[in-house]
Design a protein around this ligand. Sequence first.
Ligand SMILES: Nc1nc2c(ncn2[C@@H]2O[C@H](COP(=O)(O)OP(=O)(O)OP(=O)(O)O)[C@@H](O)[C@H]2O)c(=O)[nH]1
Ligand SMILES: [Mg+2]
Length: 499
Amino acid sequence: MDTQLNDTIVAISTPVGYSGLGIVRLSGKDAIKIAEKIFQPKNKSKIVSQLKTFTTHLGYIVDEEKIVDEVLMTIMRQPHSYTCEDVIEFSCHGGPVVLQQVVELCVKHGARIAEPGEFTKRAFLNGRIDLSYAESVCDIIYSKTKLQNQLYINSLLGKTKHSIEQLVNQIKDVIAELEVSIDYPDEDDVKTINFDYVKEKICNVIKNIDSAIEYSEKISPILYGINVAIVGKVNVGKSSLLNILLDYDRAIVSDIPGTTRDTLSETIIIKDVPIRIVDTAGIRTHSQDVIENIGIERTKNAVKEANVVILMFDASTNITTDDYTVVDTISAVENVENQNHYKTIIPVLNKIDKEIKIFDTNDLENLILNLQKSGSKLYPQLNQKNFNKQVLKISCVTKEGVEKLENAIVDSQNVAKTQYFSTQDAQPELIVTNLRQKEVLKKAKTELEYIHKFNFIKQTELVCEHLRYAVKELQKIVGSKDLTEDVLDIIFSRFCVGK
Ligand SMILES: Nc1nc2c(ncn2[C@@H]2O[C@H](COP(=O)(O)OP(=O)(O)OP(=O)(O)O)[C@@H](O)[C@H]2O)c(=O)[nH]1
Ligand SMILES: [Mg+2]
């Protein structure tokens, strides 16, 4: 065992502030000894060091003669505890002063203040949990939606570990089979290996990895959210839409063109997907105002960062030169961005509660269809025949069409359908839920694909070498104790103290 693990750590495991209860957690070889010094059971016949594991006891936290709090103490003996070490949890009254005193008492008697995530790190280093489990512990704590929680719980239940082990075993079987021909390079033995079958087995592993990578892109909006920028000329109703989506008056709305001069962003949840929505300064063809021009530069940045651009028009007037400038601005950003395929443009006609004049000419239709023709990804896909019917129409006064627009934002991103949606996408065997895991899969796939460059009979050793590299990569998802300290630090520093 790591020498660093020989000390005993302590931390408050509940959030800072005032609450009904607050928990102080101790873990390490002296946890029970420290508890014995600072916890006095109410039932004086009880002796802390002799208490059974997974039992809870009423008593007092004492500093010499002075009683600090009345608490419940739970004892969990090694190896069957969260960290695999002796663990003591004091369930105290949830005030910062009380909890701080309990921690100080533990330190006074030999404990050290825990680093963020150190309890979970110990569980990993002591072999109770794998790295994907540890990561999911942190992710579950920080989940913002039920869907995120649902995806992270997979790893906690050991599904990731199980699926990785299956893939690793399939590769190892192939290695074992090929090694026969290296160890006994006798003609007859080599002949017994069915190389086509071996190749098929590896292709199967690649297929599984591909499905996991593909699915990780489909759940990416659920995990990381969708960036949406509302863009349009001045006065079309961008800020009004932001306020409606947020359900409160966040942005100033007025009929003075150029009301919004800066970008404003807030996060909302639509269909259980986090949406970061950015209201932008309206774009004008000839603006002399220095501040307004800075605002327009910020609008361009918002477009750059967006997955979805809501391209807003005023349905109650005809298309103007400013609308062309807006479209040109978006196209210019898109071209610089080298056609980032994640960016979707949703054209929206606002103010349909007023008399609709925007279809009086074909200008809108031409403008949008040209945008589509030049390679921009529009949602929904529009065509000349049903243009008028297909294009999304809303009113920020009556709220007509707003729900349709909300759905369009999520649907445009090809989000994986999970049990919270009406239809379900088939979930692959292996689900990875963060970028580290996805990158590892990509590297493993590269190693596996490499083997097709070799002659299986003459270069068996090289094939095996790349297969072993692939195994090594895949194993990084579940991790091993010999992971370097800096990799572990990156993973566990995301945690809160006390977990
Ligand atoms: N009738 C009607 N008026 C609307 C609608 N949406 C917005 N307005 C009005 O249009 C005017 C401009 O609205 P804003 O939301 O400030 O427009 P904006 O696009 O943010 O404008 P800038 O910040 O100046 O670029 C306000 O007077 C709104 O009340 C709508 O759907 N129908
Ligand atoms: Mg505005």
